[in-house]
Ligand binder design. Structure first.
Ligand SMILES: O=C(O)COP(=O)(O)O
Length: 227
């Protein structure tokens, strides 16, 4: 099945960008600065996804909630300096975005990452992509899976929610898509597994960037590639 959406809204962390290392290293730096135990980097797969406040809450040891503000401040300062150390687009992502652009599909990013970091990363690592809208978590706007921001992005793009696909790697993204009335597409190269995506209602699962493209746009006509 090809969805052929008029617009595609992408999650950022774990969907477009492989950002786990820099997030985990920055939070481990903050934890160690405050004398708290660290986590192995893979543990951060389950901490990321619901914004920076929740990220820090999940990383703190039980009973140390009073450290939240200090750890968050140290994390923010360190991450601002190190968010580009290891973070790169996942393999095939620039090609997916270029093909969607060529097909005339409108593109946007909606992340639960803080807005400033979201914009900086997208501008620096995907500079050639003509995203119509790029948003992270903003004061006064409920974060995903609340549909408010996704519906506002669809309106900004001038498309109905039913003409949008929402692409993400976590339950939060799939729930956002469903709550907004958009196609829910889960990708497996990010931070969570297929079970999580399916059990939260992903209508399509893409395991590779090629599978994602096949789900979104019609295949080039036979013979078109050889000319
Ligand atoms: O940083 C987060 O909490 C999540 O970011 P994402 O919404 O781009 O996955």
């Amino acid at each position: 099945m090809t969805l052929s959406p008029r617009a595609v809204i992408f999650d950022l962390d774990g969907t477009l960008l492989d950002s786990l290392h820099d997030i985990g290293a920055a939070l481990n730096h903050a934890l160690s600065t405050h004398g708290l135990p660290l986590h192995p980097l893979p543990a951060y797969r389950h901490f990321v996804g619901e914004g920076v406040q929740v990220l820090v809450s999940r990383a703190l040891p039980p009973g140390r909630e009073e450290m939240h503000a200090s750890v968050l401040a140290t994390y923010r300062a360190f991450y601002a300096e190190h968010m580009f150390d290891h973070t790169r687009p996942f393999p095939g992502i620039p090609e997916v975005l270029a093909r969607l652009e060529a097909e005339g599909v409108k593109l946007a990013v909606l992340s639960n990452k803080p807005d400033a970091a979201t914009r900086k990363l997208v501008a620096a690592l995907l500079p050639q992509v003509p995203f119509v809208a790029v948003y992270g978590e903003r004061a006064g706007v409920p974060r995903k899976p609340d549909p408010t921001a996704a519906l506002a992005v669809a309106a900004e793009l001038g498309v109905a929610p039913g003409e949008c696909a929402f692409i993400g790697d976590t339950a939060v993204d799939v729930e956002t898509a469903r709550a907004s009335g958009m196609y829910a597409v889960g990708v497996t190269w990010g931070f969570r597994d297929v079970d999580e995506l399916e059990s939260h209602g992903a209508q399509v699962i893409a395991r590779t960037s090629e599978e994602l493209l096949r789900a979104l746009v019609p295949a080039p006509r036979a013979g078109a590639a050889s000319s």
